[in-house]
Ligand binder design. Structure first.
Ligand SMILES: CC(C)(COP(=O)(O)OP(=O)(O)OC[C@H]1O[C@@H](n2cnc3c(N)ncnc32)[C@H](O)[C@@H]1OP(=O)(O)O)[C@@H](O)C(=O)NCCC(=O)NCCS
Length: 162
């Protein structure tokens, strides 16, 4: 399976917005993130076909995955895990020691996914979603707090070398 990480710039970013909206369904929030937070936007291609996207904040260490998504019809095939691995490889290449990603307390599937990708729970940003205009629920749980997961890239690297 040849999955490539491709940097997307300028007008090309519009083409990956539908994918990124899977990760951040509020378009104003996504646009704010693209304009103010993201340093790099990526598309992932499987055999030259776009199947996923991610946005990264590279400033500082830890580096942070802001949004990450796999196309709905491609989910459940290991592509999300591979995408996280490619971003971790890129973070290592940039000399980063840690990679973090946040997900809502109510996003049970994502909480499972990031742990299966090797990340561990790090901390909780309480009331992170205070700005939501009305209460949002997923899995019958109110979306309130951000759970931050962390991957220690040095540990990962040494485990891989063993
Ligand atoms: C989250 C997401 C990226 C996962 O991508 P994916 O390609 O479906 O995931 P993978 O097939 O690589 O799954 C890797 C592992 O995580 C598990 N996993 C993935 N999604 C899961 C879910 N919703 N519930 C439980 N486990 C899940 C898989 O079962 C697999 O475990 P296994 O190794 O034991 O089989 C994808 O579902 C997605 O794009 N969702 C919408 C956007 C989003 O919510 N992004 C994350 C927040 S920024």
């Amino acid at each position: 399976m040849e999955l490539m990480l491709v940097e997307v710039r300028g007008r090309e970013i519009e083409a990956v917005v539908p994918l990124l909206l899977l990760a951040e369904p509020s378009e104003p929030s996504l646009r704010w993130s693209l304009n103010h937070m993201a340093d790099t936007v990526y598309r992932t291609d499987l055999n030259s076909e776009p199947v996923g996207a991610a946005t990264m904040r590279w400033q500082g260490d830890p580096a942070e995955i802001l949004e990450l998504a796999v196309a709905t019809d491609q989910q459940g095939r290991g592509l999300g895990r591979r995408l996280v691995q490619l971003l971790a490889d890129e973070a290592r290449r940039r000399g980063k020691q840690q990679l973090i990603v946040g997900t809502a307390n109510s996003s049970i599937g994502n909480i499972a996914f990031y742990q299966k990708c090797g990340l561990r729970m790090d901390h909780v940003r309480h009331d992170y979603f205070w700005y939501e205009r009305r209460p949002l629920f997923e899995n019958g749980i109110q979306k309130r707090d951000l759970l931050v997961f962390r991957l220690d890239l040095r540990e990962e690297g040494s485990r891989r070398r063993r």
